[in-house]
Design a protein around this ligand. Sequence first.
Ligand code: FAD
Length: 452
Amino acid sequence: MPAAATPPTPVTGWGRTAPTAARLVRPRTYEEAAVAVLAGGARGSIARGLGRAYGDAAQNAGGAVLDMTGLDRIRTIDAEAGVVVCEAGVSLHRLMEVLLPLGWFVPVTPGTRYVTVGGAIGADIHGKNHHGSGAFSRHVRALDLLTADGTVHRLTPTDALFWATAGGMGLTGVILAAELRLHPVQTSLMAVDTERAADLDDLMARLTATDHRYRYSVAWIDLLARGARTGRAVLTRGDHAPREALRGRADRTPLRFAPLRLPPAPPHFPGGLLNRLSVSAFNELWYRRAPRHRTGEVQSIAKFFHPLDGVPHWNRIYGRGGFVQYQFVVGHGQEETLRRVVRRIADRGCPSFLAVLKRFGEADPGWLSFPLPGWTLALDIPAGLPGLAGFLDELDEEVAAAGGRVYLAKDARVRPQLLESMYARLPDFRALRREIDPEGVFVSDLSRRLNL
Ligand SMILES: Cc1cc2nc3c(=O)[nH]c(=O)nc-3n(C[C@H](O)[C@H](O)[C@H](O)COP(=O)(O)OP(=O)(O)OC[C@H]3O[C@@H](n4cnc5c(N)ncnc54)[C@H](O)[C@@H]3O)c2cc1C
């Protein structure tokens, strides 16, 4: 029995900009996924996980969107070696629920655990450990990929198609399952050091000098602060807490994982509440409340990695117009570009809650993987901000001129002309797609917009 398709239904990314309508199909087996792809029709198909990409990567106007959350079985766990084999629709949240009690953690987690394994490979996501561990796909030992002709290929890192698929935004085919290497942990808690940085230069100096001492590192930066305080930040870094760091109840259940969830944000949030004044007051309070220097605080995984996951649908606080997440990376040696961009954002007064600055490690082998060794900044901006499109186009020009790039999993608006200079292997990616998918079966709003 083929999986039933819905009538055309509006689909958006997490930023809720640019919804488009597609038929949704939810396959539960390899066969159902193959039938859905072969029946995709003239407007083709794209796989979708939990829709946490901010822009239009998991949308397909007028075509089919394969909701992969129906393939959500964890097949095998090797608790000795730390290897899990699971279907691509399993979320990282589910993996944590199952694996933490066994003493294992996912190799890379983004700022939300509500992403699927397929989405994690499709965008080749990075986490707070990129400087030491690289992006997600480095920890994938094998994957099953359904290609345009309906066949399933078992790929390993020795295959070119593996590295075109890692970060390939679903455009090489549908990832059906993957085998992942895990990270051993003694507890489900984190030991965290926190410090404040007075401005951007202070922050970069601290990250450069001591990031190598920490497995995880991230800076929350106040982009509304100006003048001598431009780029002030709170730096949080840490590692999984060792058993001896726990006290009391935590010591009796060291591997317990039960994150709290508050009620969801209301569906209709007045977008106008977020303005320069209200966000600036929030950022000020948050900066003042952070300790100047604190070491070894024990925190939950949810608090350290996924502070926003506690409020379901928090993306509604930007109102109906939605929001854009702008994330770029520039290499080491391009600090002046970073300073200039941060100053421009601060001078422009974008009402942006805490932005995130990270120092990436080595570039990843995925052909369209985002990370480059250097500095990455991510910030949320309400989509209705007057003049936003032109402003971000100017920032793109600066980033591209510095040899940097924007992140496709966050993007909803970059101009296609800049993409080739940002992603050097884009011509190889296009050539491989023409070879394995000559009819253009896999297509998304993102791929049409950017001619991927
Ligand atoms: C609060 C928040 C914090 C975030 N923090 C980070 C971060 O720190 N680092 C980071 O890298 N990203 C981050 N992201 C982005 C997120 O990790 C990625 O967009 C991820 O791809 C989302 O996974 P998903 O399952 O929701 O996939 P979707 O958003 O549904 O899809 C994303 C892409 O993956 C493809 N895809 C999905 N499933 C499959 C499949 N089975 N086969 C083939 N392709 C597939 C889709 O076609 C699409 O191109 C964050 C997002 C949010 C909302």
